[in-house]
Design a protein around this ligand. Structure first.
Ligand SMILES: O=C(O)C1=C[C@@H](OP(=O)(O)O)[C@@H](O)[C@H](O)C1
Ligand SMILES: C=C(OP(=O)(O)O)C(=O)O
Length: 425
């Protein structure tokens, strides 16, 4: 277990936001399924993106890396016919890699085993198991957990899919179904949560020449016999990661975030509206967003469309005036940690007043927090939220298992230091 000690400091400065992890997955997968050479620019090798790159290599996809400092560009030689060269895929802790690659792997009939690490082994796959049973696809898991071995091929036709467990199941099907000969339709049988991620999938599919008709997020019509077209694609900045720095600017001195698309489809772009609603001092310009020290106020926040923002919103709420209710957050319990329990437990260790409910949090804000020893629960977003909380602590903060940040943002603490943070390993 590795720990980091943070001396409370008000952060100030400018940060180049790393590329969107969600869009990076999508661009790599679409380039891999396009027969020819595609360029995917602005990539960082987080654990999750490495998992997806390793996964597509298992199907004969090749790529070259051109690195410039923290950022890399990929030249990907994709194939419209997958040939299995490695029948075991280690998804590490990446739910996106697992849920996106399973349908893609079922475009060929070789047997494949998916493995995972940490909490990924128990994150739900029931939506796919229902499809496997309906289509006669053989599958075997270990008491409902990974490893999962599958054998068979996806059929075109009607798919009835729940939209309130994970949008990733829908995205995974949207990558694979256009390549089948026949047409398909996905009917969403519940309210669709994390809808912005489906928007990202449809948008990147379109950029790579694949069209899907979206009937108000209730039905998706997928024409069969489509082909991905090799494309040059540049990944934009990640709003889920920018959220940590925007809150750091509100709690600290001032932070300017560069590299974001102010018209992004990313669902977590809503962090700007949330900070505004909480009376934070935030301003959006053509090529940067800046957040300045300000006194924020509690609000009622529905996170059903932006689950990944919950840890950092809870941190801001814990240091705002009044009460914040975070609602429709039950799905946070099936991420890299039980994020509701994790952020409530750890913020309270720092002296916050967070009450946990089955599907949300009730947070009574304070001027400052005490500080103390906390743990990341091996969850990158918990680690990063706690690091930001340190800004308004009276005493140092020690975070155990801080290296969890590698999952999505390996140089998070380099940026933290660049903004004036004082950390000791
Ligand atoms: O499709 C994606 O890129 C993601 C979808 C979201 O999951 P859910 O759809 O399960 O909420 C989100 O939590 C995850 O970080 C990335
Ligand atoms: C839940 C996350 O990612 P994934 O579902 O891909 O593991 C995340 O990045 O917070």
């Amino acid at each position: 277990m590795k720990s980091i000690k943070i001396i409370p400091k008000r952060l100030k400065g400018c940060v180049e936001i790393p590329p969107s992890k969600s869009i990076s997955h999508r661009a790599i997968i679409c380039a891999s399924l396009a027969d020819g050479m595609s360029k995917v620019e602005n990539i960082i090798f987080s654990d999750d993106i490495t998992a997806t790159l390793e996964a597509v290599k298992s199907f004969g996809v090749q790529y070259k890396i051109d690195s410039k400092g923290e950022i890399s560009n990929l030249l990907i030689k994709g194939k419209d016919k997958l040939n299995l060269i490695k029948n075991e895929i280690d998804c590490r802790e990446s739910g996106s890699t697992l849920r996106f690659l399973i349908p893609i792997c079922l475009l060929q009939d070789g047997e494949v085993t998916f493995t995972g690490r940490g909490k990924l082994v128990e994150r739900p796959l029931d939506v796919f198991y229902k499809i496997f049973r309906e289509q006669g696809i053989k599958y075997k898991n270990k008491d409902g957990r990974l490893p999962l071995t599958v054998k068979g091929t996806l059929k075109s036709g009607l798919y009835e899919v729940a939209g309130n467990i994970s949008s990733q199941f829908i995205s995974g099907l949207l990558f694979a179904l256009p390549l089948l000969e026949g047409d398909s339709k996905i009917v969403i049988t519940t309210h669709l949560e994390s809808r912005g991620y489906v928007d990202l999938t449809l948008d990147v599919l379109k950029d790579f020449g694949v069209d899907v008709i979206n009937n108000d997020y209730r039905e998706f019509y997928i024409k069969g016999g489509q082909r991905y077209i090799p494309t040059d694609y540049k990944v934009e900045g990640d709003y889920s990661q920018a959220a940590f720095w925007l809150v750091a600017g509100i709690l600290g001195e001032e932070v300017k975030c560069r590299g974001l698309n102010i018209n992004s489809l990313q669902g977590d772009r809503v962090i700007v509206d949330i900070i505004n609603r909480m009376k934070g001092n935030i301003a959006v310009y053509e090529d940067y967003i800046t957040a300045k020290n300000s006194t924020t106020e509690g609000a009622d926040i529905d996170v059903s469309q932006c689950p990944d923002l919950t840890p950092i919103i809870a941190t801001l709420a814990a240091l705002s005036k009044g009460t914040t209710r975070i609602i429709n957050a039950k799905r946070l319990r099936i991420k890299e940690s039980d994020r509701l329990k994790a952020i409530a437990t750890e913020l309270n260790k720092l002296g916050a007043d967070v009450e946990e409910f089955e599907d949300g949090l009730l947070i009574k804000g304070k001027e400052t927090l005490e500080g103390g020893v906390v743990d990341s629960w091996n969850d990158h977003r918990i680690a990063m939220a706690l690091a930001v909380a340190s800004i308004r602590c009276r005493e140092p903060v020690i975070i155990h298992n801080f290296e969890a940040v590698k999952k999505s943002y390996p140089n998070f603490f380099d940026h933290f230091i660049k903004l004036g943070g004082e950390v000791y390993e």
